[in-house]
Design a protein around this ligand. Structure first.
Ligand SMILES: [Zn+2]
Length: 136
């Protein structure tokens, strides 16, 4: 990925973080997902008074993208105050669309770590594990 696109993706995730709805944990997360089409989809975590109902920023971004017809993705940047990596639910959710996805975690200080999704979720369960199943 060209460096200017990587910088844009990171900046979008950090900007999205300001829009997080996290009144309970105050752990604000912003995500920016780059589709193969070149479109970037932002997401934020959206918490709920019934805690398990809340949605992570990564899944928010992916739901927005898939809803718009996207199926192939190159990278996702995730911004938190401490550079945390995506949770297990999000790793699985993202893996539906391929484990070659580049995952960039960035902290408020700008420090970043990059992985392939397959490194964060080795031996992922996918549609090919379901007899007669298929994947995107
Ligand atoms: Zn998550």
């Amino acid at each position: 990925m060209p460096d200017d696109i990587r910088q844009t993706l990171i900046a979008r995730a950090m900007a999205a973080r300001a829009r997080a709805y996290a009144p309970y944990s105050n752990y604000r997360v912003g995500a920016a997902l780059l589709a193969d089409s070149g479109t970037i989809y932002d997401g934020v975590n959206v918490e709920n008074a019934v805690y398990p109902v809340g949605l992570c920023a990564e899944r928010t971004a992916l739901v927005k993208a898939v809803s718009e017809g996207e199926r192939r993705f190159e990278a996702i940047a995730v911004a938190t105050h401490n550079g945390g990596s995506p949770c297990g639910l999000c790793r699985q959710f993202l893996a539906e669309f391929g484990t070659a996805l580049q995952v960039i975690s960035v902290g408020a200080d700008g420090r970043r770590i990059t992985w392939k999704l397959g490194e964060l979720l080795p031996h992922a369960f996918t549609g090919s594990d379901i007899p007669g199943g298929s994947r995107a």
